[in-house]
Design a protein. Structure first.
Length: 133
């Protein structure tokens, strides 16, 4: 991973902050012009631009959790991107059953800041998007 080690550490800190419900800290490495893209099959699908919109989006999403976490299992560096393979296990406030599964998130960095954060339902999609093998 070498050259993307600081970026990978920033991604680790993002998940740690998100899991403890600290949305402002989760956004520490995000650029002011951040773009977040969640695919149509995700519960809060859409594209969110700028820190204010992204903060509101993550705050609303995190507020639906009764308990749970998004735990990165491994990281893959590809050019200016860090791909996180994430195990999600969350129980929403409106549900008794746990939702769990694996997804892949791609963080694009420029000058040490995340300029785009993209969710993918499948690892293969994320790897193709990021140009990773």
């Amino acid at each position: 991973m070498g050259q993307l080690e600081p970026e990978t550490q920033a991604v680790r800190e993002f998940y740690a902050a998100l899991n403890r419900g600290d949305v402002p800290a989760a956004l520490n490495a995000f650029d002011a012009q951040i773009e977040v893209i969640e695919p149509p099959e995700f519960p809060m699908a859409g594209t969110y631009h700028g820190l204010a919109a992204v903060k509101e989006h993550f705050t609303k999403a995190r507020a639906t959790w009764a308990e749970g976490s998004c735990e990165p299992q491994r990281f893959i560096a590809a050019s200016d991107k860090v791909i996180a393979i994430v195990e999600v296990r969350v129980r929403l406030k409106t549900e008794k059953e746990w939702r769990q599964g694996r997804l892949a998130d791609v963080f694009t960095f420029r000058k040490g800041k995340v300029t785009q954060f993209r969710n993918f339902a499948e690892e293969k999609q994320a790897l193709e998007f990021a140009g990773a093998k």
